[in-house]
Design a protein. Structure first.
Length: 595
């Protein structure tokens, strides 16, 4: 059986071909037995409820005829019906709630798995706040759409159907006015739903934009305060919130113009007059009149709840459309589960590689080879494409032309999990989770990480000493993105996390920029010990690290203009000499010993 992740990936083409209604239905029908049970219980509930009106009419006849024994019998029957009705209604409500929560759970998991499977290019295009709004608030709308939205509509429709059947059994002539009301009701509810649909779409979209503004303000609050731009951000958020309020007001105005409530008043009056006419012609009995009016008054509930339930359903459909739009987005990256799964030896080859985020190439016709165990330094001015080049190795991005090979195998032919599990990256902008220090270091191994290995990796990264100074040591909870730690502490934890996974390929993207020279000296000792037999791609501005690289790539505006060792490039590459002259860093003791 396919896992949920495999099911989602295998059926992504369905998302591109589905509309929101079909997508919702496909989810609900996963639990068809729950749906069938719910519908059966609703039919039983509404039928029993309508039957009470018939027994009420019979009881009225028994009272007028002085049949006390019959009246007692009717009362006992009605009591039994009420007890059965209570049990059936409880079962129906429980079934729809189970269906609602399972739908929301499955849809939320489906979206989460889909987002994890998207490429970095996709995530670069998205506003985090808008994605969060879809994953939280729009998901909540899906649950409310099913219960009480669908629940109210379905139970009311069954109630209306049973009502019409029961009236026909009393006397088919009594159907005249209710049928006319039904035609008018269906026409107006259709018009109401069409009016409400675009407003609901605008409401959900504006909520996403408002949430995105809020998320950006919270994430960048330090910049906002540092620039004294609180007033500007407050004005921006207020304008967005006002637009959301305006759409909400439009929604209320559409509800205020809802006609079925007015039609119902006329229908009830005409129904009573028509019934009186039939009574005067002796077509129906007085008890039948009482029964009819007791049944037809059920139309009041159906009409009243439709204004609210249709709104809930429209909001749910609008939310599902926003969720489906994310699911429809191309992943742009094949997981290739049947791909190569062997152990990486570490040879990296770029064969005429060109890459661009949009129309403008970031890397142009790049070709080089890194042998297993080599350290390759990548130098160039800001914007030359250094970080982008390293992200092609573990398929954070996929190239447009050329090939990136690991051990002679195109990276697109590797199983993605196998490829990435043997490559570790340490970046300058370190991301740490709001979890314990031990969990952050052991993240790459998940449940396989043991405390002893975590501590050894921390020692190698020169992090053990500062960790043990915390009262809770390795169990210390760090703030979101590691804000409670200094830059150097965050980088040492990131290095420990990378070392723990024992990578075959290591990517260091200016990873020691926030570490003082003395600490860097100690870290270099650890790195040199673990780099034996591993291929390393090194982006750095530190002269000491560039010098001890086995091979150096010089990038300029996305082009590889030269490559070789330090001495060769100093002789023949003007760009390298110019870049090199700007670097003035002492050679750490560890490097001197290594050389």
């Amino acid at each position: 059986m396919l896992s949920k992740r495999e099911f989602t990936v295998a059926n992504e083409y369905v998302y591109r071909q589905s509309n929101p209604a079909r997508w919702i239905l496909s989810h609900l029908l996963r639990y068809k037995y729950v749906v069938i049970r719910y519908i059966i219980l609703c039919i039983v509930t509404e039928s029993l409820f309508i039957s009470l009106a018939a027994f009420t009419g019979n009881a009225f006849t028994a009272v007028t005829q002085g049949q006390s024994a019959l009246l007692l019998q009717i009362a006992l029957i009605m009591l039994g019906i009420i007890l059965i009705l209570f049990a059936a209604d409880l079962g129906a409500r429980l079934s729809i709630e189970v269906l609602s929560k399972r739908f929301a759970r499955d849809a939320r998991e489906e979206l989460y798995i889909s987002l994890l499977g998207k490429s970095q290019t996709f995530h670069n295009r998205q506003r985090v706040g808008d994605v969060m709004a879809r994953a939280s608030n729009d998901m909540g709308q899906l649950s409310d759409m099913v219960s009480p939205g669908f629940d109210t509509i379905i139970s009311s429709s069954i109630n209306m159907s049973v009502t019409f059947i029961f009236i026909a059994l009393v006397n088919p002539q009594l159907l005249l006015v209710p049928v006319l009301f039904l035609v008018g009701f269906l026409f107006t509810i259709r018009h109401y739903a069409r009016t409400l649909a675009p407003i609901s779409d605008q409401m959900r979209a504006q909520f996403g934009r408002t949430n995105a503004i809020l998320n950006e303000a919270i994430t960048g609050v330090e910049v906002i305060k540092g620039s004294a731009q609180e007033e500007q951000e407050n004005q921006k958020f207020s304008q967005s919130a006002e637009l959301y309020r305006d759409f909400y007001v439009k929604n209320g105005q559409a509800q205020g113009r809802y006609l079925p409530t007015l039609l119902l008043s006329f229908a009830l009056a005409l129904s009573f007059l028509h019934a009186l006419y039939l009574l005067s012609t002796h077509t129906i009995s007085f008890g039948a009149l009482i029964t009819f009016m007791g049944v037809v008054v059920n139309l009041r509930f159906i009409t009243a709840v439709s204004i609210w339930s249709v709104s809930q359903i429209q909001l749910g459909i609008a939310g599902s459309a926003r969720i489906l739009s994310l699911l429809r987005e191309e992943t742009e990256m094949d997981q290739n589960k049947a791909g190569c799964q062997q152990e990486i030896q570490g040879e990296i080859t770029f064969d005429h590689v060109t890459f661009s985020y949009d129309e403008t190439p970031i890397l142009k016709d790049i070709s080089f080879t890194a042998r297993p165990g080599q350290t390759v330094a990548i130098v160039g001015q800001t914007g030359a494409g250094k970080s982008t080049l390293t992200k092609l190795v573990n398929r954070i991005y996929d190239i447009q032309s050329g090939r990136v090979l690991i051990d002679g195998v195109d990276v697109r032919e590797w199983n993605l999990d196998t490829l990435r599990s043997q490559i570790s990256t340490i970046e300058q902008d370190i991301f740490l989770f709001s979890r314990t220090i031990a969990e952050n270091i052991g993240y790459g191994l998940g449940q396989k990480a043991d405390q002893q290995a975590i501590e050894q990796a921390a020692r190698d990264a020169q992090a053990h000493e500062f960790i043990t100074r915390f009262p809770q040591g390795y169990e210390t909870e760090i703030g979101e993105r590691g804000v409670t730690l200094s830059g150097g502490q965050r980088q040492r934890l990131a290095i420990a996390r990378a070392l723990l996974t024992d990578p075959r390929i290591l990517i260091l993207d200016d990873s020691t920029s926030a570490i003082d020279s003395e600490t860097e000296d100690e870290i270099q000792k650890a790195i040199h010990r673990v780099l034996e037999g591993r291929t390393t791609l090194l982006i750095t501005h530190r002269l000491s690290q560039i010098r001890w690289a086995d091979h150096i790539l010089v990038l300029k505006r996305g082009e590889l203009i030269d490559q070789g060792n330090h001495e060769e490039l100093l002789v023949r590459c003007e760009t390298y000499r110019r870049i090199f002259s700007h670097y003035d860093a002492p050679v750490p003791t560890a490097v001197a010993h290594h050389k």
